[in-house]
Design a protein around this ligand. Sequence first.
Ligand code: GDP
Ligand code: MG
Length: 728
Amino acid sequence: MQTTIALAGNPNAGKTTLFNALTGAHQHVGNYPGVTVEKKCGAFTFNDKTFNVVDLPGTYSLTAYSLEEVVARDFLAIEKPDIVVNIVDASNLERNLYLSLQLMEMGLPVCIALNMMDVAQKRGITIDIEKLSNLLGVPVIPTIARNGRKGAAELVEALYKMVDRNHKNGDVVSPIININISYGIDIDSALLDIEKIICDYSFMTDKYPTRWIALKFMENDEQIIQLAQKHGELFERVLCDKCLRDPDSCPACQQISRKCDTQLMQKVAQIVTRLTQHLQQTASTYPEAVIADQRYGYIRSLLRQGVITHHYDQNRLETSDKIDKILTHRLFGPLFMGAILYAMYYFTFNYSELPVSWVEGFFGLLASVIDNFLSDGMLKSLIVSGIIDGVGGVLGFVPLIMFMFFFIAILEDSGYLARVAFMLDRVFRIFGLHGSSVMPFIISGGIAGGCAVPGIMATRTLKSPKERLATLLTVPFMNCGAKLPIFLLLIAAFFQEHRALLMFLITITAWIGALLAAKLFRSTIIKGESTPFVMELPPYRLPTIKSVIIHTWERTWQYIKKAGTVILGISVILWAMMTFPAPPANVDNSAPETALKYSIAGRIGSSIEGITQLAGFDWRINIALLGGFAAKEVIVSTLGTAYSLSDADPKEVDTLEQRLKSESNFGPLTALSLILFTMFYAPCFVSVVCLSRESGSWKWGLFSVFFNTGFAFTLSVILYQTGSLMGF
Ligand code: GDP
Ligand code: MG
């Protein structure tokens, strides 16, 4: 059986020397077809197998900048060698691994020959081979190609094992674990969008992994862009072969083909342009630079995890490393992280008081104006109780939420958020999750005000399916932007004295709950190994005001837009459910809540009151919580509508906060129980759809609805009953 091996590496890493050591005299020198780049082939046999070896031109990267790079890349993509031996200069690990990452991103079966071990040793560098191999997920064999072929025998044996294993699997090209480097939230989500287009058009999907092609588009890779333009022509031929007509006399086909051609590129170009503009605006940088930065960050953090030890006195520490010595310190790091979080909540609550009162005042004024102008009736009820008390309640929190987004933008832009993930990896491991789970948690609202949907998408950076599933199932526990209004409302109404502390505790509780649930999953239904973690640590940067403002505004605007569209729609539907059917005339109508109780929503809410009372929830809260399944913001808007509809004196315009405070059976304990339940119960509808799609089965979506609701209810009942017993 014949096997092809390609040697790839930076110039002067020792490829030719290793090639000679492996193949001895059996070589053949020629050119790559059509170009003047030298192609050296040779062969050797080991046990029952013959290995054909090709010495690729030396390159630092796999962009299409130079002829050598194009030749190397085409060979790898088109000839699909069984194994790529990546010769890495051990004395220059950081720079050499840049190519290794790209080979792995191309989805190639890589084996690393760590050459020049003698030079590394002389320079006082020790490398933990096993750790490097584990972190990268590929075999690493130390060699000294020049002196007596040291390591060559071990290398051949490793190659033999790789091929043997692949053949046993019935595959020629090994199904390797893809590394999925995260390039930051902006680029990652653009990558996902482009990947989808690539799949839709099946563009080069047989040659390269979709993520790699998407990356090349983003790096403005000339070759890929040209191929994409040609791709349309390919479509054309296929189509016309089908209808067996000359393309010129088949206008229909041409139309379709031209559409394909321009559409693929147009769609991709649109995404790339939007992203480029965004990066230009926020960080005065461009995608290629960020991508290179993140790759080096990945390598740096990998080497830092004890892979490399210098014995000579440390080369001057760079500023970022110096800062990291303190900020990611084992003891001081987490303390600092907690302090930052607490300070963030403290400032948010203290400095947003005034703008919040303005917004509340505005909606109060609006309600009283409409109250005066419209006569009592359905329309007025819809506008005042349904829309203003509903959507207005959600919009009232815009200033607070904007403050939080502002602080998060600073944490993110400065590079600190990446350190948070780095530190939490140690904790996550204990609970069967992975360092790569941290970012999805934060995106979902781990600090405050994210969204589970992009969080769920972000779990794609997890390699291990089990760790990914455990992450998918637990990210909805984070405090997304939609849950914030209900927390903020209840905190303002009942815990005015300890606002920052409570928000801090709510955050911690969400994390603890998520981690415990993850541990439960990982030790029962999704048991399995944990995989090593490498995190990109970008250098610290002083965030620019412009970038922070743009990031803050983008997220705030999304919140406002959602309140004005989706939430408005659901509020109106729920208002209707809370208004119809109206009680017949013979029913005693004197109590203000009779009408509400008589409505569909009221009946549903009342019918489960018997059970939910255990957690302190009355029928009105039940309505709100059921509505919250559509979108969590709806909890506040529905409470607003429900309390407004059942208000004894609707003429008196109260805020929901005041209404709740004056309610006799709604106290601090009910508030806490409701906070706890909101935090953990069923993810919103959109998240469930997304979760099902990403986990590949509706089973998991349904599971999360029932498990989370059961989990949340249990916690709330325990809290409420204990609290009641203790006399609160
Ligand atoms: P290529 O450009 O990757 O083909 O690299 P070469 O094979 O031409 O090697 C570049 C130089 O490094 C040559 O002078 C080799 O003798 C030397 N070299 C290769 N491997 C080793 C090694 O393991 N240790 C040392 N000290 N030198 C090496
Ligand atoms: Mg050479």
